[in-house]
Design a protein around this ligand. Structure first.
Ligand code: DLL
Length: 434
């Protein structure tokens, strides 16, 4: 299977450790000398840059959190003067201020490089047409994919999100071969395409790179079947670089972390202790090549696990599990931990409902309540009440079995749940209004 950069993507573990160690030592020195906040945090625990000699010393470093980014808004954690920064991106936090990240020219080159690796994982080459329906702007999705696609010499179709009918017509007329968007938007595109009476065979699509939000394996099968493509999961976050932190290959068995740039660790989110390979916990990244905005031991809040076995694709980069939720978007309903993605997996087992849903969490008296709103398919919508009640009951029982809590199921008319062009808003939590 093709790799974009065989030297780094197929390196032996010993070689990788050497590369990472050298780069980590450099990064620690740079942040200590250039970023007062890192220097202060290290001094507070009596750590000198010289104490970090290799990646074996990584866990001596303090963590960086989203709060650190907010406290240093907007440019306080930049390690280069602004005259060397050629781009900023920003990500809207769920609470408080947005966070701002920056890139030097070299950072943009490394970013294009990791995206080139990602797109190559999806089978892209210079003959591909990359239909880039991630949103252009502050969001890292579109511009990240854009320059990586150009780097491999593919033709970029910079359509951005929205105007869904025009997306379909453009895919058809321009011969798009690779679709890049959020998985929820892919589902919406499929729906509109079917409404327009366009068959998947009329498009040239071969694969898609979907990410920026959690999605289930059932959702993947749905996209793959209805578009007739290979759908791969791509992961990243603005704080680390944007998309291009890790990507599945066509084996679809974990996402290869581009670890010559970003060193992953898994920690217990409660104790902060590093967990051994295979164990599930919060994934933490240290960037070791970034110039403008390096981060050391950044706590992502995303739940994953690491697998160091060699992949059959030939890449040796460690694989992380698909991210099924964040430790902080985890809902606690009547004391039970619930991930929205678990509910999604249950809903997608039922062919009578469409993959569009919303979770309404509320508190009635002292008791938490969970309502699952899910759209009926047009076929079910025209059925009898008895039939609808039967489906509601079956979904409720299945959710009770999987989650261990009871939920109220509300079947809503087709097309009533708001469609997203970016990340879907799945949860409305009325208990803690932000
Ligand atoms: O979402 C970067 C990105 C753009 C990734 C396009 C992939 C494709 P942020 O807006 O900063 O950056 O959001 C980052 O989104 O911490 C995860 O919780 C979630 N996320 C990103 N990719 C995935 C994925 C971009 N493949 C946050 N699966 C991360 C699950 C994902 N969650």
């Amino acid at each position: 299977m093709e790799c974009w950069d065989k030297k780094y993507e197929c390196m032996s573990r010993d070689e990788m450790t050497a590369v990472q160690s050298e780069r980590l030592v450099n990064t620690v020195n740079r942040v200590y000398n250039n970023v007062p906040s890192y220097q202060k945090k290290m001094q507070l625990i009596g750590l000198e840059p010289g104490d970090i000699k290799s990646i074996a010393d990584l866990d001596k470093l303090p963590f960086t959190t989203k709060q650190d980014l907010r406290d240093n808004y907007p440019y306080g954690l930049f390690a280069e003067p602004m005259s060397n920064v050629v781009r900023v991106h920003a990500s809207s936090g769920t609470t408080g201020k947005q966070i701002v990240v920056g890139y030097t020219r070299k950072d943009l080159e490394s970013w294009a490089d990791v995206i080139a690796r990602t797109l190559t994982c999806a089978g892209a080459n210079k003959d591909s047409f990359v239909h880039n329906a991630y949103g252009y702007g502050f969001f890292t999705g579109a511009l990240g994919i854009h320059y990586g696609a150009e780097k491999i010499g593919a033709t970029v179709i910079p359509i951005s999100g929205g105007n869904t009918k025009r997306q379909i017509q453009t895919m058809k007329d321009f011969g798009s071969t690779i679709l890049a968007c959020t998985p929820s938007y892919a589902l919406f595109l499929i729906e509109v395409m079917e409404e327009m009476g366009i068959q998947k065979g009329e498009l040239q699509l071969k694969s898609g790179v979907f990410g920026a939000e959690p999605w289930s394996l059932n959702m993947r099968s749905e996209i793959e079947e209805r578009l007739g493509i290979l759908a791969i999961d791509i992961y990243g976050l603005s704080e680390i670089i944007g998309p291009g932190v890790s990507s599945e290959c066509s084996c679809k068995s974990g996402l290869h972390v581009f670890e010559d740039h970003f060193i992953p660790e898994i920690i217990n989110p409660e104790t902060g202790k590093v967990l051994p390979p295979g164990e599930k916990g919060e994934i933490v990244f240290s960037t070791v090549t970034k110039e403008a905005f390096p981060v050391l031991r950044y706590r992502t809040r995303d739940i994953s696990a690491l697998n160091y076995e060699k992949c059959i694709c030939g890449r040796t980069h460690v694989r992380m599990n698909r991210v099924t939720g964040r430790s902080d978007d985890m809902l606690i309903i009547r004391g039970v931990n619930v991930f929205p993605s678990q509910i999604e997996s249950v809903l997608l087992k039922f062919s009578e409902v469409a993959p569009h849903y919303q979770l309404i969490v509320d508190r009635v008296g002292n008791l938490d309540s969970l309502e699952v709103w899910v759209e009926m398919t047009p076929a079910l919508f025209s059925d009898e009440v008895k039939q609808l009640e039967d489906i509601e009951r079956r979904i409720r029982e299945e959710l009770d079995f999987i989650l261990g809590i009871s939920a109220k199921i509300k079947l809503v008319e087709p097309k009533t749940i708001e469609r997203s062009e970016g990340k879907a808003k799945r949860v409305i939590d009325k208990r803690n209004p932000v």
